[in-house]
Design a protein around this ligand. Sequence first.
Ligand SMILES: [Zn+2]
Length: 228
Amino acid sequence: MSEPANGGNARLDVEETVRETVVPAGIAGPEPLAMNVRCYAVAQPAGIVIIDTGIADTEAGIAAAVRALGGTFDDVRDIVLTHLHPDHIGSLSAVAARAPLAAIYAGGADAPDIRAPHAITPISEGTAIQDFNVLATPGHTEGHVSLFHEPTGTLFIGDAAASDQGDVVRGPEVFTADAGRAEESLERIADLGPARILFAHGAELEDPADALARLIGGPGPHPPAGRL
Ligand SMILES: [Zn+2]
């Protein structure tokens, strides 16, 4: 981990928005799947970055997160979508309408399939968005990306993995486009050794590197039915 350029204590101002939702029975399995959906607002040098927009009607929560950072929607510079699934883009139109100065980004393979109020800029491995670097983490979807803030070792993992009851878990198989590539992406994330992982589903873990190592080394492929 390199020191920040100013030599000060690297920190990241992050505000989280959490919504609870239920995937109806018959989609993720025979039982309904209860899950929490998280998106993030992050203060950055040139303006606020929003990472994912959650399910529909999340814009009020995102507005509160933006306010908690001391800003307004006019301060939102970038909206980054980790992938095309509806629980990540559900409030995109509403948020983009309130943040007219913000560019919208998504991985190149996913971007064409996302309905957006204006053009989406395709991103790929190594794209810089303010102090973030884009990691291509395909598998969950072909164009899935994660965002890494190197000065603080903070990874916004999207759905490359989730957390559940203290563990890192793989997403439900039914929502995974290519399990083999998803596993390669997980191994790459483990090699990166992020100090913090912020999940789209599930709370932050105290020792994410250790939890990730347990997952990759262990047999448990997916969370138990009915949970995420
Ligand atoms: Zn997803």
